[in-house]
Design a protein around this ligand. Structure first.
Ligand code: SF4
Length: 330
């Protein structure tokens, strides 16, 4: 089995909800009991509705959200880091090894900077090049890999389409030579034809630069296109993980099945699934007891309202957190 680049162990992220004069102040548990490994060189998908905690998990791995309980390890052969306890010096080193591609290519780029300066900024802030010539050479190298026209480096972002802007964002994220990249809804704001183009670019960059991706998306059909492994999140917990092909062949958790049945089929003979999600995702400030999905699950039993299901092996590389996943398949 491939060594994990990122190992998340029993992670919880809590945010305080105001103050309390009596007793412990209330907290919002954005993530609860998250354990997963992201293998080196993988394109690891994280899916779920908005409010499921996907972005918080990506941010926690990048040390941009508080680790309240548990740990996150990062090991790329050259360094071995505990994200929660690393020193300032180690954090500086980590910043060049782990980067984020933003969702919105319009908001992510400063309108007052040229494309060259936008891509060069991380090199200058992190002090990774010795002089302007070296910076320019690195900017040109990564811009070419991201299939940007080098003539455009002197222009400003407003001159570009959404797809071109996202290429600039990708070049900026990759210019420091990271090994791990979090792509948070990175194609959600783009037209479908441009989405495919950007996804293909990310896949080719993955093999060319030996990258590991955490690809966050609410769209399972996009995840199916690029990811080799998928984790499905619901209300701050992971309910299922599996190799992509297995997840789409046989989704085991009722929530995964409901998400898959929401994808429109182009096959006119395909039978529509009757497993539909109803109601909204409950508030993470007051999650349901037992299985967090029980308020929306058509297979819920009495045990589901009291006992928390844990992730367990379910065959063919899949893990599922459901007391009755086998029974719910029929
Ligand atoms: Fe549904 Fe119960 Fe399984 Fe939760 S544990 S998904 S409520 S059957």
């Amino acid at each position: 089995m491939t060594k994990p680049l990122v190992s998340v162990d029993a992670l919880e992220v809590h945010y305080p909800l105001g103050r309390s004069l009596l007793g412990t102040p209330p907290v919002l548990k954005a993530l609860s009991g998250i354990t997963l490994d992201i293998p080196q060189g993988s394109f690891f998908g994280l899916v779920g509705e908005s409010g499921s905690g996907k972005t918080t998990l990506g941010r926690a791995i990048l040390k941009a959200a508080p680790i309240s309980v548990g740990s996150i390890g990062f090991e790329d052969g050259e360094v071995s880091l505990d994200i929660g306890t690393m020193s300032k010096a180690a954090e500086k080193d980590f910043r060049k090894r782990a980067q984020l591609i933003f969702q919105d290519p319009y908001a992510a780029l400063s309108p007052r900077m040229t494309v060259r300066d936008i891509i060069a900024e991380p090199l200058e802030v992190m002090g990774l090049t010795k002089n302007r010539e070296e910076t320019d050479a690195r900017v040109r190298e990564i811009a070419a890999k991201c299939r940007l026209n080098l003539e455009h480096l002197r222009r400003f972002p407003h001159a570009f389409s959404g797809g071109q802007r996202q290429r600039i964002s990708i070049a900026r994220a990759l210019v420091s030579g990271p090994k791990f990249v979090v792509a948070d809804e990175s194609v959600a704001a783009l037209d479908v034809s441009i989405q495919a183009d950007i996804l293909n670019l990310l896949k080719s960059l993955q093999s060319e630069l030996d990258l590991t991706f955490l690809f966050i998306s609410h769209d399972l059909s996009v995840v199916a296109h690029v990811c080799d492994t998928v984790a499905v999140m619901y209300l701050g917990t992971i309910v299922e993980t599996a190799p992509s092909r297995e997840l789409f062949r046989m989704p085991r958790h009722p929530y995964t099945r409901a998400l898959l049945s929401a994808i429109p089929s182009l096959d006119p003979d395909a039978k529509p699934s009757n497993l539909k999600l109803e109601g909204d995702i409950p508030s993470p400030a007051d999650p349901p007891k037992g299985c967090r999905f029980h308020t929306r699950c058509p297979f819920a039993q009495a045990k589901c309202r009291t006992d928390v299901p844990v992730l367990k092996d379910a065959g063919d590389g899949a893990q599922v957190a459901c007391h009755y996943w086998q029974a719910s398949l029929f």
